[in-house]
Write a protein that binds this ligand. Sequence first.
Ligand code: PCA
Length: 324
Amino acid sequence: MNTRLCTLIAAAAIGFASPTVSAQTVWDMPTGYAAANFHTENITQFAADVDKATAGKLKITVHPGGSLYKANEIKRAVQGGQAQIGEIIFGGYANENPLFGTDNVPFLATSYAEAKKLAASQKPAMETLLAKQGLKILFSVPWPPQGIFAAKPINSAADLKGVKWRAYSPQTSRIAELVGAQPVTIQAAELSQALATGAVAAFMTSGATGYDSKVWEQVKYFYDTQAWLPKNAVLVSQKAFDALDKPSQDALLKAAGEAEARGWKVSEEKTKFYLEQLTKNGMNVAAPSATLKAELKKVGDTMIGEWQKTAGAEGQAILDAYRK
Ligand code: PCA
């Protein structure tokens, strides 16, 4: 027998054996937030549920805190097939397409009930957009309402003039510009360090991130503006999904549905706990002054106008569905 034939036979043997050899699929799942963050805990539970429902056939290895890919690199990693599944924040991609920034528009949806309605209105557009990039949304979960953290008291927008402002998305940078602060983009995983080195002194985020990053060591004031509830989304590569057998796909989708319901519930339930923890750790937690509130509302009005202009007819359709 010539060597060529031998190789062919060997290859065929490996091919036949492969269903048993490769019976287990292992996926890497990068996320941008700390292991103890509520989104990450929810994702860890999701991975455990998938493992159990597939009897270990589909293993998802969660890499939290930007350890495998930084938060803003995860979408591209899943698109490019370097990771099969990953977590993003929609609003982080508003420069790519304004529709991603729908839930980062200040004062458009400010409660969980409104956020839920906006999520439903936004969902078809997100699915279409991501499908074109070979990505499928498994579930999405909101952060608690966004407020202002600052090292010094902020009674009006004037107090933010020139202040170094940490941003996590194009729209959080835009707010800084509109109030005259200096935006610096920093991912949540690097927030503690940025505060410790004095790179930033104010920012908008949730009590959850304030708590996760123990911001009270540098930052003493929190203004509960409840400006918007941005969502994280878990995306899977459509190609990786299609390569699964049907029972595994079904198990994944079922676990995803449960993770979405659980995530929304935990996010809302823990909102109060996070703010209490800020107080407990010496922070001043208060409602914004009437002046600050009115000024922020104006910023919101400007930004919704800008968003509508760039998001065009598709954006308008989302707004119409949301306001119906
Ligand atoms: N925490 C994330 C995004 C929104 C939030 O509440 C962050 O600060 O990066």
